[in-house]
Design a binder for this molecule. Structure first.
Ligand SMILES: Cc1cc2nc3c(=O)[nH]c(=O)nc-3n(C[C@H](O)[C@H](O)[C@H](O)COP(=O)(O)OP(=O)(O)OC[C@H]3O[C@@H](n4cnc5c(N)ncnc54)[C@H](O)[C@@H]3O)c2cc1C
Length: 286
C-alpha cells in the first residue's frame, strides 16, 4: 500500500495571444508524507511484557500515516498484546477514533502539498486556517506573474475574451509601472543605486504589485496534520464555500485519500451544478 511515486494532480499553463500565462485549475503536488518505522519499538515493548514483541511483526502493511497514528493511539492504553486491534482492523479502529472525537491521535501524521494554479483570493481564504503552515511566493521578490481564470469565465466566450484582455493589460501595466518606479528611484540617486539588485527589485515590486488583481496566481506550500487537513477539507468543500477553493480542496482530498484511504476515505462526494464537488463526512470535526 506504500506509494513509490509522488502523487500529483497537474494543471496546464496556457497563454494569451500576447503571451500572458494563465491556468484554469488548481495543481496539487504531494511533497511530503510520514515515514514510519516500528522496528525500534522492540526493546520498549519487550521491556513492558513478553507478549508485546509480536506487535512489530503485524503481517498487514499500512500506509505510513495510518500506521503512525495507530501506534500513537495504541500507546494510550498499551494496546500491544495479542488481543489488540491488528492492522487488518485499522479501518474499524479509526472509525471508532473519529466517532469518539479522539482527534489528537490524527495530529501525528503530516502531509505537505504545493498548490499552484490558485488565485490570490483563494490563498487569502486558505491562510485563515491557523493550524496549517504556509510558505507562499513573494510578490516583492518574484516578478513573473501568471493568472488564474475562474470557471465562470472559461465557459463564456465574452467573459473569457474579457479575462484575456484584462490579464494582458495587468501584465503590461505591471511591467510599465515597475520600470517607471525603477527609473524614478534610480534618478533619485542615494541609497537605491548602492542596493543589491535583489533589494532594488524588492523596493520596486512592493509598490508595483499594488495593481495586480485577485486573479493573480499565488503558489503556496501548505503543511498540515491529518486532523487539520480534515477540518479544512470539510469546511472548504461545503456547498457554502467559495467555488475555486472548493475545487482545490476536493483535489487535495483526492490526493490525500489516494495516499491514506483509511484516514481520508470516509467522505462522500456530491456533484454540484457549478461543476465542483462537495464532500461530506459523518466526522466533520474530530
Ligand atoms: C463558507 C465560509 C465563509 C466564510 N466567510 C467569511 C467571512 O465572510 N468573513 C471572514 O472574516 N471569514 C470568513 N470565513 C472564514 C472563517 O470565519 C474562519 O476564519 C476560517 O474558516 C478558519 O476556520 P476556523 O475558525 O475553524 O479556524 P482554524 O484556524 O481553521 O482552526 C481550526 C480549529 O482550531 C480551533 N482554534 C483555532 N484558533 C483558535 C482560537 N484562537 N481560539 C479558539 N479555538 C481556536 C477552533 O476549534 C478551530 O475550528 C468563512 C469560511 C467559510 C468556510
Amino acid at each position: 500500500m506504500v506509494r513509490q511515486t509522488p502523487v500529483a494532480m497537474d494543471a496546464a499553463v496556457r497563454r494569451t495571444a500576447a503571451g500572458t500565462p494563465y491556468l484554469r485549475e488548481p495543481g496539487v503536488v504531494l511533497l511530503s508524507r510520514p515515514a514510519t518505522d516500528v522496528a525500534g519499538l522492540v526493546p520498549f515493548l519487550s521491556g513492558l511484557s513478553d507478549e508485546f514483541a509480536g506487535y512489530v511483526s503485524d503481517p498487514t502493511p499500512l500506509p505510513a500515516g495510518t500506521l503512525l497514528c495507530k501506534v500513537a493511539g495504541q500507546i494510550c492504553y498499551e494496546s500491544f498484546g495479542p488481543k489488540r486491534t491488528k492492522n487488518r482492523g485499522a479501518e474499524r479502529y479509526f472509525a471508532n477514533i473519529m466517532e469518539q472525537g479522539h482527534g489528537s491521535v490524527l495530529e501525528h501524521a503530516n502531509y505537505t502539498v504545493l498548490l499552484y494554479g490558485v488565485s490570490r483570493s483563494l490563498t487569502h481564504e486558505l491562510v485563515r486556517h491557523r493550524h496549517l503552515c504556509f510558505s507562499q511566493v513573494s510578490q516583492r521578490y518574484v516578478s513573473v506573474a501568471r493568472f488564474v481564470e475562474r470557471s465562470e469565465f472559461q465557459a463564456d466566450p465574452d467573459l473569457h475574451a474579457a479575462f484575456e484582455a484584462r490579464i494582458d493589460t495587468a501584465a503590461r501595466q505591471y511591467a510599465e509601472l515597475t520600470e517607471a518606479l525603477r527609473a524614478r528611484r534610480a534618478a533619485d540617486g542615494g541609497a537605491f543605486a548602492t542596493m543589491a539588485p535583489r533589494d532594488q527589485r524588492k523596493a520596486v515590486q512592493q509598490a508595483a504589485r499594488a495593481l495586480l488583481p485577485n486573479e493573480t496566481e499565488a503558489p503556496i506550500v501548505v503543511t498540515g496534520n491529518v486532523r487539520a487537513w480534515r477540518h479544512v477539507i470539510a469546511m472548504r468543500t461545503s456547498p457554502h464555500a467559495e467555488s475555486e477553493i472548493r475545487r482545490c480542496m476536493h483535489r487535495v482530498w483526492q490526493v490525500l485519500a489516494a495516499e491514506e484511504p483509511i484516514l481520508f476515505g470516509d467522505y462522500a462526494e456530491q456533484p454540484l451544478p457549478d461543476g465542483t464537488t462537495a464532500l461530506s463526512t459523518p466526522y466533520p470535526k474530530v
